[in-house]
Unconditional design. Structure first.
Length: 187
């Protein structure tokens, strides 16, 4: 009986990986797709073909308890607006790259002025993570920076998932960087 259960589990994982491979390799279909996979659904988005910025904004809007973001660059004004709204009712924390946050197009100063807790990663090299954790239970990650250029011009990707083990690892990573991070202030 255990061998049969193991075989079924392996086949389920194989089908999930096969489905992901088919989505990535397909060139005749839209890439914004939802897959049912154990233990939760997985969604993917590819810009500029799909509205990945809108998908991210809807993801942020869905938060009920908390939003933790680690992002290299952010200048999507609608996203920043939603974060400011959410920060009035739930905890919102944002980790950014120190140098990138001071760029001409960065909206990090808007987040700080709006009262959101912002820190820059303090490490050797750059803080190049790109992920958002919602309610300690759901995750968005991928190559997608939260910028207009990533949304409209670049070939970028996002994956959304709710596997608690994976989300937990990202949560640990966020807390480690947050704990070492330095508070960012508006100059």
């Amino acid at each position: 009986m255990q061998n049969l259960q193991m075989h079924i589990l392996k086949m389920s994982r194989f089908r999930t990986l096969l489905a992901l491979a088919l989505i990535v390799c397909s060139s005749n279909t839209s890439f914004s797709t939802t897959l049912e996979a154990s233990p939760g659904k997985i969604e993917v988005c590819f810009s500029p073909d799909d509205p990945c910025d809108d998908k991210l904004i809807d993801f942020v809007k869905s938060a009920q308890k908390s939003i933790d973001i680690a992002i290299y660059d952010i200048n999507l004004d609608q996203l920043v607006h939603q974060l400011l709204i959410k920060s009035k009712s739930i905890a919102v924390r944002v980790l950014v790259d120190n140098r990138q946050s001071k760029g001409n197009h960065s909206l990090v100063s808007t987040l700080i002025k709006g009262g959101i807790q912002v820190r820059f990663g303090h490490q050797k090299g750059i803080m190049h993570n790109k992920f958002t954790i919602i309610d300690n239970a759901r995750l968005e990650t991928g190559s997608f920076n939260y910028t207009n250029h990533a949304s409209r011009a670049n070939n970028e990707n996002q994956i959304y998932l709710s596997d608690l083990e994976v989300v937990g690892k990202y949560r640990e990573r966020f807390e480690k960087i947050w704990g070492k991070g330095k508070v960012l202030k508006v100059e």
